[in-house]
Design a binder for this molecule. Structure first.
Ligand code: FMN
Length: 408
């Protein structure tokens, strides 16, 4: 086995947690929590990843409050959901994998007209382009009281994750959700201590991290998912990301997961490739069809290649000593090996594991060296399919699993 690949199959310690290997299933909004309640589909999704050999799987995304949801059918971190969450974590543990909860607040990135706040919260106020589809045309700049309240929600969500049996939490600071609205120079126009250069923009996310570490950091691994490049004019650069990483390192993050791109402005950057037209017309919900059609207009011509964040992630690697997880187009033994050889401590895979949850096990045995995932991105628009998020070129999961709560 090539050197980097052998390292990938060695254990890794992340804060108080040790994983059996360095493969982490990336957060892929599973569309498997109707009304916010984790379903048997969610359980089965993560059980298959655990059976397939990954060191840790990630449940996505878990909203820290009802207002923090982007869509209706996302996991809500509530006490009522504890038995269902526990059923999901037990399923992963039965197969030797650890399990992480991606805890998130959407900020102004929400499609929910039901939001209790009149205008969604963000780093800065003004016109809310995402809100056009939900009638939430304006976003509101967060006051100190709003910030304290959100910090409290992240802390409570982390405590609930611990009670539910999770081994880790991943604080989502990328892709355009609330905390990345602070980090992004395109969203954050504040003139107080929370705006300005990249380090100042990372101040509020770092306060959230501190609260989560204080609450659970001695029991759970605390990861932060950040963007290494936002990918559009006026967006954050790799140099910004290096500053953000330093702030989070100083605060004590156990691991940083290096993603990039933004949901609204640069989906192509997030996935290293465009959404095919076919994916747009086949999107399961009307909202998704409108959203993806709008995004199409700003997409540059781009061709997928493996490890598409490598150049940017190297700059973050050079800036910090904190363990880093490499993400973005990892779908072969060679790219796993290269990521480890480049000095990243773990690899994070989304589409390759949606295509085949046994990919890790098969890499270990040598049965596969390249994923069969064709990065068509059609999985992205299955989030609201009755069968939940799935690979459209594999057999369709039984939708009845999605209609049954996980602990039923
Ligand atoms: C269907 C789908 C849903 C996703 N949902 C989330 C999510 O809820 N949270 C998140 O941080 N990233 C989400 N992502 C992005 C992935 O975690 C990952 O950053 C991206 O797919 C690149 O990794 P890959 O090349 O291994 O697929 C999603 C990706 C896919 C394909």
């Amino acid at each position: 086995m090539i050197a980097g690949l052998a390292t990938a199959f060695s254990p890794i310690t992340i804060g108080p947690l040790t994983l059996r290997n360095r493969f982490i299933k990336s957060a892929t909004n599973e569309g498997a929590a109707p009304g916010g309640v984790p379903s048997k589909m969610l359980l089965r999704h993560h059980e298959r990843v655990a059976e397939g050999g990954a060191g840790m799987t990630t449940v996505a995304y878990c909203a820290v409050s009802p207002d923090g949801k982007t869509f209706l059918d996302q996991v809500e971190m509530t006490r009522d959901n504890l038995p269902h969450l526990r059923a999901v974590t037990d399923a992963a543990h039965r197969h030797g994998a650890a399990i992480s909860a991606q805890i998130t607040h959407g900020g102004c990135f929400t499609f929910l007209p039901q939001l209790s706040t009149g205008s969604p919260l963000s780093a800065s106020g003004g016109f809310n382009k995402v809100g056009v589809m939900s009638g939430r045309f304006f976003k509101r700049a967060m006051s100190r009281a709003d910030m304290e309240a959100r910090i409290g929600e992240f802390r409570e969500a982390a405590l609930l994750a611990r009670e539910a049996g999770f081994d880790a939490v991943e604080i989502h600071m990328g892709h355009g959700y609330l905390l990345s609205q602070f980090i992004s120079p395109a969203y954050n126009k504040r003139r107080d201590a929370y705006g300005g250069d990249a380090a100042a923009r990372a101040k509020f996310p770092a306060e959230v991290l501190r609260a989560v570490l204080d609450a659970v950091g001695d029991k759970l691994a605390v990861l932060c998912k950040i963007g290494v490049v936002e990918g559009f004019r006026g967006g954050g650069t790799a140099e910004d990301a290096a500053h953000v990483a330093r702030v989070l390192e100083r605060e004590g993050a156990h691991m940083l997961v290096l993603s990039g791109g933004m949901n609204v402005e640069s989906t192509w950057q997030l996935f290293g490739s465009a959404m095919p037209n076919e994916a747009r017309t086949q999107a399961a919900s009307g909202l998704m069809r409108i959203a993806t059609a709008l995004q199409k207009q700003s997409e540059p011509p781009i061709k997928f290649h493996e490890m598409y964040f490598l150049e940017h992630s190297r700059k973050v690697r050079a800036a910090v000593k904190t363990p880093l997880a490499f993400l973005g187009g990892v779908k072969s033994a060679d790219s796993v090996a290269k990521a480890l050889d480049e000095g990243f401590e773990a690899v994070v895979l989304a589409r390759a594991l949606l295509f085949d949850p046994n990919f890790v096990r098969d890499l270990a045995s040598g049965a596969q060296t390249n994923s069969g995932c064709i990065t068509c991105n059609r999985c992205v628009v299955t989030i609201y399919h009755p069968s939940g998020t799935h690979c459209p070129i594999q057999p369709l999961p039984d939708p009845s699993l999605n209609a049954t709560p996980a602990a039923a």
